[in-house]
Design a protein around this ligand. Structure first.
Ligand code: INI
Length: 157
């Protein structure tokens, strides 16, 4: 076997992270943000090494994520939002563009841009994913950011 690249779940000293969080459905996104900040804290990232940008809705996340990813200041960018299905097809447009935009922000900048946007059929599913039965997707997204940041640093060496 050749080399194996694997990211560790501990942040390296000096690494900074950015979080882009949507205000829409803030009841849930605040919980996701709390989860993400707890994950950073518990994996050795000092509080002042995490910058947070609030945007109006999940549709606006990608452009800000790309801007922050382009600064060269961060090891990874975490995107947090809550898109909850309603009576119209609006959900599908917002969810599709948010997902595609987050992926593009990562590919365009070469930085890990993590998809921590929950997309749910109803409020119950949103509750489950923002700190109840199914955990906290914000926490998971921050852990993914730490792992990806470390992996990318190893892939360069
Ligand atoms: N934005 C969300 O983050 N979640 C939603 O569930 C949502 N719905 O359902 O409408 C939502 N819409 C707003 C959207 O993200 C933009 O802010 C708006 O369209 C202006 O561009």
């Amino acid at each position: 076997m050749g080399r194996v690249f694997e990211g560790r779940l501990m942040a390296t000293e000096g690494q900074r992270f950015a979080v882009v969080v949507a205000r829409f459905n803030e009841f849930f996104t605040r919980q996701l943000l709390e989860g993400a900040l707890a994950a950073f804290r518990r994996h050795g990232v000092p509080e002042d090494a995490v910058d947070v940008a609030w945007v109006p809705g999940s549709f606006e996340i990608p452009v800000v994520a790309k801007r922050l990813a382009s600064t060269g200041r961060y090891a990874a960018v975490v995107c947090l939002g809550a898109i909850i299905r309603g009576a119209t097809s609006h959900f599908d447009y917002v969810a599709a563009q948010a997902a595609a935009g987050v992926a593009r922000a990562g590919l365009d900048t070469g930085l890990p841009v993590i998809f921590g946007i929950i997309t749910t059929d109803d409020l119950d599913q949103a509750i489950d994913r923002s700190g109840a039965k199914a955990g906290n997707k914000g926490f998971e997204a921050a852990v993914t950011a730490i792992e990806m940041a470390d992996l990318m640093a190893h892939c360069e060496a």
